[in-house]
Design a protein around this ligand. Structure first.
Ligand SMILES: Cc1ncc(COP(=O)(O)O)c(C=O)c1O
Length: 403
């Protein structure tokens, strides 16, 4: 008998970050220890735990028996706290503008489902976080990439956006700070993006600001605070800045400066009701993070910056690698300068994994065109692990030098 067919939309999905975990798991099962610099999960590395007051709030919620369904749009007290937090970032966010989801990833699915028809386009940065490519195709839409300029610290290439913009682009995506490059876009760049989107009446901006508290440049601003004309769908949550990715809590906040988002908002609400609600006790944990003292963040950031410096310094001394120090998030997107590896970054990642037991993610997994010839490294592990990983990467590159 032949296999029962799978839907094409599922058969075509790829998620590079987790796809490389499959061979790594096989090596682990064979008894090898793998140095994992592949996943943007702070909890996967010692030293950056979810803050204890958030964990306590989550536990206390469970203790009070708050294990029922919550409102589909989120707990009212959390929506209000998120709205207040967004207001502090500079725009008039009200409680009704906020929708709590199972992470930004669910918010993305809801946004795409509520806005995309066959033939529509999403214009997203290249390279980008993979779901921006994977999900729109489920609705018959396509994701087109605009260039982040590798020669200029991965700054947005506005000529490329202009060249690719048309009335079919329903969603123009800004990831700020960016995954995988760590680049931070400043106010002037967001203004340019708004000015371009403004010329296309049905275009909205997605502002994925999940790393906004991990901006090391001091220049990151909320896109909703910049736009007076174009609707902005702001995304954020607990996964990165509050170090709790496994809680699966995030939010979508809608900025509608010209009052044209009523139908889209209604569609979003229908979809949210259909999937019931986000986890109730996890929302209480998020609430504690937003309303609680944030002094702890300074220590976490100091640690991240020290780890970033180790990586930048080690890379500067390894023949075959190049990188520009990232301004935010906890990633760096490293260029393979040896032509042999630049031509096949996935092979580099797989060979390194098998020979030296270091796991990275191939750049082409973030964009076959604009990420090729690179790998993404996560600088969440402590300095000892990072030094050991770079010793191994250096050894590997020396062993395979082709010139
Ligand atoms: C740009 C970006 N957006 C969203 C997410 C995922 O967010 P969440 O855990 O809230 O689904 C990630 C995770 O790596 C990310 O890099």
């Amino acid at each position: 008998m032949t296999d029962i067919p799978v839907a094409e939309r599922a058969a075509n999905i790829e998620y590079a970050i987790r796809d490389v975990v499959v061979p790594a798991t096989a090596l682990e099962a064979a008894g090898h220890e793998i140095l994992k610099l592949n996943i943007g999960d702070p909890i996967a590395y010692p030293g950056l735990p979810t803050p204890s007051h958030m964990v306590t709030a989550f536990q206390e919620s469970l203790g009070r028996g708050e294990t029922g369904y919550s409102n589909s749009y989120g707990l009212p007290e959390l929506r209000e706290a998120i709205a207040a937090d967004e207001r502090r970032k500079g725009w008039a966010c009200s409680t009704d503008d906020v929708y709590v989801c199972h992470g930004v990833t669910e918010a993305l699915q809801i946004i795409f489902a509520a806005t995309l028809e066959a033939g529509d386009k999403v214009l997203a940065p290249g390279p980008h976080y993979p779901p921006y490519m994977a999900y729109p195709q489920m609705y018959g839409a396509t994701t087109v990439e605009y260039r982040l300029n590798a020669e200029e610290g991965w700054r947005i290439d506005f000529d490329d956006i202009e060249a690719k913009m048309d009335d079919d682009v329903r969603l123009l995506v800004l990831i700020n700070p960016n995954n995988p490059t760590g680049n931070v876009a400043g106010r002037d760049e967001i203004e340019r993006m708004v000015a371009i989107a403004e010329r296309h009446p049905n275009c909205m901006i997605i502002a994925d600001e999940i790393y906004d508290g991990l901006d090391f440049t001091g220049t990151q601003v909320s896109a909703a605070a910049v736009s007076n004309t174009v609707p902005v769908l702001t995304l954020n949550g607990v996964s990165k800045v509050f170090y709790a990715p496994g809680w699966r809590i995030g939010y979508l906040a809608i900025h509608d400066p010209t009052g044209r988002m009523g139908a889209v908002q209604d569609g979003i609400e229908r979809l949210l009701r259909c999937r019931l609600c986000a986890s109730t006790p996890a929302q209480m944990g998020h609430l504690a993070g937003i309303t609680g003292n944030r002094d702890w963040m300074e220590d976490y950031t100091t640690r991240l910056l020290a780890q970033r410096e180790v990586c930048v310094d080690r890379i500067a001394h390894i023949e075959g690698l190049e990188v520009q120090s990232p301004g935010g998030a906890f990633y760096m997107f490293v260029r393979l300068t040896d032509a042999h590896w630049a031509a096949d970054d996935k092979q580099f990642v797989l060979d390194l994994l098998h020979e030296e037991h270091v796991l990275l993610v191939h750049g082409s997994g973030f964009s076959p065109e604009m990420g090729a010839g690179h790998f993404r490294l996560v600088f969440l592990p402590g300095v000892d692990v990072l030094h050991e990983a770079f010793d191994r990467i250096d050894r590997f590159l020396q062993r395979h030098r082709t010139v």
